[in-house]
Design a protein around this ligand. Structure first.
Ligand SMILES: C[S@@+](CC[C@H](N)C(=O)[O-])C[C@H]1O[C@@H](n2cnc3c(N)ncnc32)[C@H](O)[C@@H]1O
Length: 412
């Protein structure tokens, strides 16, 4: 069962991402909607901003490659523990959103997200049904669903995916950005195994904390423990190699993983690293390296249909700019999903099968009633009850998934 402490990590992640956006590490015109006004101005510094950007870029690169591989917006994306992630809106604005984008999180997070979306004309523009698709139980738009389920319960996950119109035979990218490590080892394994067994053609991208046993790692584990969101799974999967092996053991045919230090120095191009370095002064270079070594990204794939759809999907594709290029957003802002003129679409593909099946299914799917909706942007200043105590203290759940600049990791 998930906890309020874990719900708080979603808020902290949203603040961290907005901090990186405000410092121009990457562009996300939607991030500010999910952060209360009172927390929008504070910069978390070069180290955390760089880490947030690397995290968003690592997952974003996989998403871009996946959408290019499936073509025509025909794949499906399932984001587990999505929190206040804004990726759907960026993809939509770039005409790259898939026919089926599903987010699952615990109820209090989903309710809050639905409430924020319902009160924002800018976010609602991506949802053809407008406010009517946002309600107390989540969001049920034609191509985007945000639903509540306890991800430690596979039956609940199955139910949510069925409601969302997810089709196991359609190529799927599953994203778990800072989720699995907060679960017990057997719960995280159950998720990885379930998707590998149910899908014929799928990829699974995860971002996790690793290396819990050195002084920095001990500090990271302790920080999150003290704040009520322990890293329950970190000791069972403590290294990059273990991350890779876990995916293989659980039925994925290929897996790669790298720590974020490797990602930072070898996947970001030299020019992009230079751009990042110029944004903010990084005082503690050694500490930055340590920090990067304690986070990793993993990509697992399987393709039983042998269509070689994901052959080139990799974590190593060089990144020379922020993913989901912001420049495209103005051009494609009103474009519907699954269309033929997307920059990454094969010409003439038209409406895909998954899209058609989904539309038919949606006709019998009731929209959720609208309740608890914020009326104005100012309502968002009210910190939700579940995170009042800790958020009011200014720092919560580690500024960056366990790392806090004020922590003294050299003396565990
Ligand atoms: C660290 S946040 C990450 C949010 C988002 N993926 C991001 O990176 O911005 C972890 C998220 O996982 C969710 N979560 C953790 N355990 C869960 C569970 N058992 N069921 C559903 N959601 C869960 C939390 O509510 C939270 O939103």
């Amino acid at each position: 069962m998930a906890t309020e402490g874990l719900a708080l990590t979603a808020e902290v992640a949203a603040r961290g991402k907005l901090s990186a956006v405000r410092a121009h590490f990457y562009h996300d015109p939607y991030a500010h909607h999910f952060v209360p006004h009172s927390a929008r101005e504070r910069s978390l510094g070069a180290m955390i901003n760089s880490g947030q950007y690397a995290r968003v870029a690592a997952i974003g690169s996989v998403v871009e490659q996946f959408m290019a591989a499936v073509g025509g917006g025909c794949g499906q994306i399932v984001s587990l523990g999505a929190g206040f992630d804004t990726r759907f809106w960026s993809l939509h604005a770039s005409a790259l959103a898939p026919a089926c984008y599903v987010e699952i999180d615990q109820e209090c997070v989903v309710q809050r997200k639905a409430s924020i979306v319902a009160s924002s004309p800018e976010l609602l523009r991506a949802l053809p049904e407008g406010r009517a698709c946002c309600g107390g139980k989540g969001i049920a738009s034609a191509h985007y669903k945000c639903l509540a389920a306890d991800l430690t319960d596979i039956t609940a996950l199955e139910r949510a995916l069925a409601i969302a119109g997810w089709v196991p035979t359609v190529p799927t990218l599953v994203i778990a950005e800072c989720l699995l490590v907060y679960m017990k080892a057997e719960e995280a394994a159950a998720l990885l195994r379930w998707f590998s067994e149910r899908c014929q053609c799928a990829a699974f991208a995860a971002y996790e904390q690793v290396e819990p046993d050195d002084p920095f790692g001990q500090m990271m584990v302790r920080n999150l423990d003290e704040r009520g969101c322990p890293l329950l799974g970190i000791h069972a999967c403590p290294t990059v190699t273990a991350q890779k092996q876990r995916a293989i053991d659980l039925g994925w045919s290929h897996a790669e993983a790298m720590d974020i230090a490797h990602f930072f120095h070898h996947v970001f191009t030299k020019a992009e690293r230079r751009r990042i370095r110029r944004l903010e002064m990084l005082d503690e270079v050694e500490e930055f390296e340590l920090f990067l070594h304690h986070y990793c990204v993993m990509l697992a794939k399987k393709d039983e249909a042998s269509e070689h759809l994901f052959d080139s999907l990799t974590l190593s594709r060089p990144i020379d700019r922020p993913p989901i290029d912001a420049e495209k957003q103005a051009v494609y802002s009103s474009a519907p999903v699954c269309q033929t003129h997307s920059p990454l679409t094969m010409p003439g593909s038209g409406l895909c099968d998954a899209h058609q099946t989904q539309s038919a299914r949606e006709q019998s799917m009731p929209l959720l009633p609208v309740t608890n909706i914020c009326e104005t942007e100012d309502d968002l200043d009210h910190t939700p009850d579940w995170c009042k105590d800790k958020a009011d203290q200014g720092v919560s759940c580690g500024e960056y998934e366990g790392y806090s600049p004020t922590s003294d990791h050299s003396h565990p």
